[in-house]
Design a protein around this ligand. Sequence first.
Ligand code: IMP
Length: 204
Amino acid sequence: MPTLYFATHNSNKVRELQQIFASHHLAHFQLKSLADLNDLQEIEETGTTFQANALLKAEHLYQRHQVEGFADDSGLEVEALGGAPGIYSARYSGKYLPNGKADDKANIAKLLEALAGLPPEKRKARFVTVIALIWQGKAYFFEGTVEGHLIEEPKGENGFGYDPIFIPFGETKTFAQMDKDKKNSLSHRAKAVQKLLAFLQTVS
Ligand code: IMP
């Protein structure tokens, strides 16, 4: 059974992908993560693009453990801010929770301040996910995006990150007001994952 590694420490992401693999005729792939390699090292995201950051995490698997797999990198690009916060989305406010995770509320507050006074048509934004896969020694990239606009006050309790202020085009609710299945039918991450799955189905 081929084993693919997912270069992440986020056990929620791993579980979600394991379920997706099982339901997409990819059950013959065993999906493992850094935890299975007893690798607790935080991989520093020193790249300047989503592609570069995803690739350096995927390459870590090979360089450190001689195994192949993939990694993802995501963020929010705001048109009026020239694409910021982009790859810095988690670190935008420079504030962190005691457990070291991103302070989503502080990030949202900083973004809303930067956009204060802008009308809806100037509040366009898109979420981006890039997955880098190392497969048989070659790198492949899969990108997913979702466009929408940012509202002025957070709404909804679900999800994470910038979900409470992002409404996808054609929708009336923020990502944080949607249930998981609805967000997954629209999200940048889900679209990138679908492309990865399609690739793996053609090569396996
Ligand atoms: P990551 O690369 O998936 O860890 O995402 C980096 C950062 O981008 C997160 O900490 C969030 O601030 C933001 N982000 C990425 N995906 C989402 C999403 O689906 N909803 C809200 N925020 C997101």
